[in-house]
Structure formats: structure tokens, C-alpha cells
Design a protein around this ligand. Structure first.
Ligand code: NAD
Length: 455
């Protein structure tokens, strides 16, 4: 096997970079460096660790445009989206820079002394991330992990390692000590698997497919490693007939075709009350046809290519099942892994496209009869990550929001992630929460201390 990995630009299929390929030995070395750096990093005074994270946020902000262009080219995402994502990376480090001084414990009344809790870092944390939001998802893990006093080994996806590699240089430029952040680029089956099995790695924070997440949870069991999993999704965008249909139709395309549909929160099932189906589709069509699909570096582009030839083959296979194409947008010809945004309607809820994660720009529009039917269809999936509810009836919005089995929901909007609010899945979309105050729970151990007072 070559010791170099060729990294492609999905919009052109050209080689963008060649990077060293890490394997088991490199994973062991990175873990050893992280372990060596741990005592000094966790012993830093809370305000010192906060200052280091603010310094890192400053350096990232100074390099925001460079990182955005690199991410747009390597992941094939629209430059305007990439800029927004890099902004979120900066904000994530700023938010968790406040955490070291706010890692509070409890005091608990007991007999014979004082009992109290403190939060300790977990230790060395392995971060394994996917290719769809490369640096953003890494930052959701890096920032709380570092804030809590852990050291880390980050293994980005082999297809999109470039921003993580640049990040590792910026970490040192910001003055963080060597060994606190280690980045390894290598295959999941060797390099990633070694992190999962390594006895000196205390926790794995993983984002990726449900299939790989399942195997990681099984392997991690051998060393009782802590694991958090952010996995796949098949989220429902539920549109009731009494909704502002114009607003719901205008917002639906970016909720499923954003990042070319390669988004774990993609609302790839649009559930529409049957009585509003015809009108909703008529309102949706011009928005889908107007989507600007093209060169990720063009400021006007709204959707880029898929990540790889393999992903294009997988996505295209969903159109071979005979589900009716209602309408589609456009895609460029020539090199690049392009797929037009495509709307299928009406789709049988048992069809493959209604059940499996497409991870590409295909939306399945499914009719429902009433509120109970909408909830039943929304929950008829192994996944439970995200979703939306569009209605003018506030009480119904809240009833449905409580009944839908997902970790994140929005009403009359399609948002899923914010730096300040928890994000994560129900069911086979994973366990653990990232972002917001809750992420720190996943990177700390609670220790109880009893001090006898001799009473
Ligand atoms: P993937 O599961 O194929 O790979 C993710 C990462 O795991 C990569 O770094 C890969 O190298 C590594 N990996 C693969 N096999 C491994 C193994 N045996 N041991 C250790 N590491 C291994 O996922 P992907 O194709 O990169 O990303 C797409 C998937 O990620 C989709 O299913 C999507 O829904 C999911 N995703 C989820 C979220 C979320 O927050 N819930 C966010 C983004 C993507």
C-alpha cells in the first residue's frame, strides 16, 4: 500500500494534494504524544486553558478565508456555506473557552463530613470524523474536549483531511503545547480502528455512519472505553395544510439539498398533509429549479458536487427503484461528481428512498392524512436525529414536537445546530450530545470526594 493518500477535488476530479497515510504505528505514536502532553494540559489553571482556547479562536478567525476556500475545494461545498461553517468553528472555540472556569460540581449533604463532586478530564480522546462537514464537526469535539483538560488524537475522513491538517499547524501557531492536539490521516479500518482498540485511549467521539458506529461501539466494549456516537439520519420535514405553505416550500430545498444532501440532518422525507400536496409541490418546484448548482468557489453557487464517484453511484441508485420523479433542478456536465437536486412524489413510505439515508440531493415527498398519521410516519424509521414541523396551530406544533422521536426539532424553521444548544440523536442516530453546555458531560468524569470531619 502506498504511503501517500491522494486527496481529490470533487468539482474537478483533479488531485488537490497528496498527504502521508498513517497506519497503526502512527496511531500508536500519536496516542503516546497525547498521553505525554496530558498531565501538563490538565494541570493548567482554568483561566490559562481558557486563554489558550481564545488564542486559538483568534488564529482561526485570522485564517477563516483560507480555511473556507480549502474546505470548499476539498469537500465540494459552496464557498458561502464553507465561510459560515468556519465561522461556526471559531464560535465553537470561543464558546468553550468559557468552560474551564465553569466546570462546576455539587456539594451533597451526608453524615460525618462533606461530600462534593469535581469534574475530571477523561484523558486521551480519539476523535473520528466524517467528510461532510470536516472541520466543523471536528471542532464540536475538539473544543469541549480541550476545554475539559483532555488531550486528543483527531482522525479526519481520508477524503477531506486538508483543513484538519492546516488546523494542526494553527494550533501550534496559537501557542498550544505540542502533543495536545494530534492529527492523523489514515484509513478507518487500520488507523481509526487502532484508536478504538488502544488501551491508552480513554474515549472515542465518533461522527459517521450508523454501520461504522455500531462496529466502533462493539470494539470499544473490550476496554470499556467511553463512546459518543453521532450517526445517520432520515429526518422528516412535516408540513400541515394550515402552515405558511409559501415559507415551508421556500425553505425546504436548502433543508434537503444543502451540502448536496450530504448532511446527517437532511430533511430527506418531506411529509405533506394530503389536502395540501398539490399546492405545496407547485410552490416547491420553482425553488428547486432555481437552485444554483455549480463551481463551489463561485459566490453565487448554492450546491456543489457530491464528495466522490462512489457516493454518486450510491445516490444515483435510488433513482433506479421506479419512484416517480416530480421535478428536478440542474447540474453541470463534464468532470466532477454532479447530481441534480431531485424531488420524488408521491413516494410510498415503504420505498427504499423513504427508509434509507440517501446522503445526496434526493427528496421523497410522502402524503399523510392527519396529525396521528404524520407522527406515525415520522417515527417509522430506525433513525431519530432531526426534523421540522410547519403549522400555524401552536398547540399542535408542541404536541407533534413532543411525539416525534428525534434529538433536535424546529417549528416553522429547518435549523438543527447552534453552538449554544445540544445536538445529537435518538434511536440509531447515536448517543451523547455535542455542543451547548451538555457536550462537557461527554468529556468529563464525575468524581465524588468525601472529607471526614470527625463528627
Ligand atoms: P463513515 O462512517 O464511513 O466514516 C466516518 C469516519 O470513520 C471516517 O473518518 C472513517 O475513516 C472512520 N472509520 C471507518 N471505519 C472505521 C472503523 N472500523 N474504525 C474506526 N474508524 C472508522 O462515514 P462517512 O461516510 O465519512 O460520513 C457519512 C455518514 O456520517 C452518514 O451516515 C452521516 O449521516 C453521518 N454523519 C452524522 C452526523 C451527526 O452528527 N449525526 C454528522 C455528519 C455525518
Amino acid at each position: 500500500m502506498s504511503d501517500r493518500l491522494a486527496v481529490l477535488e470533487p468539482a474537478t476530479e483533479a488531485v488537490l494534494a497528496e498527504v502521508p497515510r498513517a497506519g497503526v504505528d502512527e496511531a500508536d505514536e500519536a496516542v503516546a504524544r497525547a498521553r505525554e502532553a496530558l498531565p501538563a494540559w490538565r494541570a493548567l489553571a482554568p483561566a490559562e486553558r481558557a486563554r489558550a482556547l481564545h488564542a486559538l479562536a483568534d488564529v482561526l478567525a485570522e485564517h477563516l478565508e483560507e480555511l473556507a476556500v480549502l474546505e470548499a475545494r476539498n469537500a465540494g461545498k459552496a464557498i458561502t456555506d464553507a465561510r459560515g461553517e468556519m465561522g461556526m468553528v471559531v464560535d465553537t472555540f470561543r464558546y468553550y473557552a468559557g468552560a474551564p472556569e465553569r466546570l462546576l460540581g455539587d456539594t451533597i449533604p451526608v453524615a460525618g463530613g462533606q461530600a462534593f463532586t469535581v469534574r475530571e478530564p477523561v484523558g486521551v480522546v480519539g476523535l473520528i470524523t466524517p467528510w461532510n462537514f470536516p472541520l466543523t464537526i471536528a471542532a464540536w469535539k475538539l473544543a469541549p474536549a480541550l476545554a475539559a483538560g483532555n488531550t486528543v488524537v483527531l482522525k479526519p475522513a481520508e477524503l477531506t483531511p486538508l483543513t484538519a491538517l492546516r488546523f494542526s499547524e494553527l494550533v501550534l501557531a496559537a501557542g498550544l503545547p505540542e502533543g495536545v492536539v494530534n492529527v492523523l490521516v489514515g484509513p478507518g479500518r487500520t488507523c481509526g480502528q487502532r484508536l478504538v482498540e488502544h488501551p491508552d485511549v480513554n474515549k472515542i467521539a465518533f461522527t459517521g455512519s450508523t454501520e461504522v458506529g455500531r462496529s466502533i461501539a462493539a470494539s470499544a466494549a473490550a476496554t470499556i472505553k467511553r463512546v459518543t456516537l453521532e450517526l445517520g439520519g432520515k429526518s422528516a420535514n412535516i408540513v400541515f395544510a394550515d402552515a405558511d405553505l409559501e415559507a415551508a416550500a421556500a425553505a425546504a430545498p436548502s433543508a434537503v439539498f444543502g451540502n448536496a444532501g450530504q448532511d446527517c440532518c437532511a430533511r430527506s422525507r418531506i411529509l405533506v398533509e394530503a389536502s395540501a400536496m398539490e399546492r405545496f409541490l407547485a410552490l416547491l418546484e420553482p425553488h428547486v429549479k432555481a437552485l444554483r448548482v455549480g463551481d463551489p468557489l463561485d459566490e453565487a453557487t448554492e450546491m456543489g458536487p457530491l464528495i466522490s464517484a462512489a457516493q454518486l453511484t450510491t445516490v444515483a441508485s435510488f433513482l433506479d427503484d421506479g419512484d416517480p420523479v416530480a421535478f428536478a433542478g440542474s447540474a453541470p456536465d463534464g468532470p466532477g461528481f454532479w447530481h441534480a437536486p431531485t424531488v420524488l412524489a408521491p413516494v410510498d413510505p415503504h420505498a427504499r428512498v423513504a427508509r434509507e439515508e440517501v446522503f445526496g440531493p434526493i427528496a421523497a415527498v410522502i402524503p399523510f392524512t392527519d396529525e396521528a398519521d404524520a407522527v406515525r410516519l415520522a417515527n417509522d424509521t430506525i433513525y431519530g436525529l432531526s426534523g421540522s414541523i410547519w403549522t400555524r396551530d401552536g398547540a399542535r406544533a408542541l404536541r407533534v414536537a413532543r411525539a416525534v422521536e428525534t434529538g433536535v426539532l424546529s417549528i416553522n424553521a429547518n435549523t438543527s445546530v447552534r453552538v449554544t444548544t445540544p445536538f445529537g440523536g435518538f434511536k440509531q442516530s447515536g448517543y451523547g450530545r455535542e455542543l451547548g453546555p451538555h457536550a462537557l458531560d461527554a468529556y468529563t468524569e464525575v468524581k465524588t470526594i468525601f472529607y471526614a470531619t470527625g463528627e
